[in-house]
Ligand binder design. Structure first.
Ligand code: SF4
Length: 243
């Protein structure tokens, strides 16, 4: 499996924030986010620059599982990049991890453009659909990103499987300004997800950025009845790898 990094830290965002978690970050992404602030995504070493020498590269699923066996915490977070680009490997990995610890709680973090059979082993699907604010304007990726960033059919499928009781779900949106809200509402009416599962997260990859965008994000949460989520790992460690 193409892996960027594996580490043990706390979950920084969403419903499971603060929980000690075993993180598996896959390499490569099918999108290229670039926000109006000029920030790339906080894991650009998996998307814009996947050839980064610090990435682990091709890693055997048994090796990943052995690392988990040594930690054996309840929460496992499989994130990216976009983990579902490696759907077959993801299925094998989830199956193996559940075999090691049947009480584990597996979160899959995805941009929501792809789906696969791994859902049979997932406890929480954390979807972060990419809004217009993420389009890398005036770059060679602008068209590809804009065309691929929303897959309504896949989003609907996730929501109906959640409603059927298959897994818990959260919808995490990077909030850049109130201009993002009509797009979130539009997606919500097309897909049917509920306010109680929506989290707005201030855009930023440093403590300084988050301090700038946090209060506007909280105001929007209060106005539109959404949840706020901090980005704890950035507040604690800044833009550092492996945390
Ligand atoms: S979808 Fe996620 S990993 Fe991919 S470029 Fe955007 S923020 Fe980065």
């Amino acid at each position: 499996m193409k892996i960027s990094e594996i580490f043990y830290s706390i979950q920084g965002e969403g419903k499971r924030a603060g929980m000690p978690s075993f993180f598996i970050r896959t390499n490569y992404c099918n999108l290229r986010c670039l926000f109006k602030s000029g920030n790339l995504c906080d894991t650009s070493y998996t998307s814009w620059y996947p050839e980064d020498m610090k990435n682990l590269g091709e890693t055997d699923i048994d090796q990943i599982s052995d690392k988990y066996r040594k930690i054996l915490c309840r929460d496992i977070v499989i994130t990216g990049g976009e983990p579902i680009m490696q759907a077959d490997e993801l299925l094998s990995l989830c199956r193996k991890l559940k075999n090691i610890n049947k009480d584990s709680y597996i979160t899959i973090e995805t941009n929501g453009t792809l789906i696969g059979d791994f859902i049979n082993y997932a406890d929480l699907i954390s979807i972060s659909p990419k809004l217009k604010s993420s389009v890398p304007v005036n770059t060679s990726y602008e068209r590809m990103h804009n065309k691929g960033r929303i897959n309504t059919e896949v989003l609907k499928k996730y929501n109906s499987l959640h409603k059927a009781g298959k897994f818990d779900i959260q919808w995490k949106f990077v909030f850049t300004s109130e201009k993002d809200i009509p797009e979130i509402k539009q997606l919500q009416s097309e897909t049917g997800f509920e306010n109680e599962n929506v989290y707005l997260m201030p855009e930023g990859i440093s403590k300084k950025d988050l301090n700038k965008t946090r209060s506007e994000t909280v105001r929007a949460c209060l106005k539109y009845n959404y949840n706020f989520t901090e980005r704890l790992h950035i507040l604690i460690w800044g833009k550092k790898r492996g945390v």
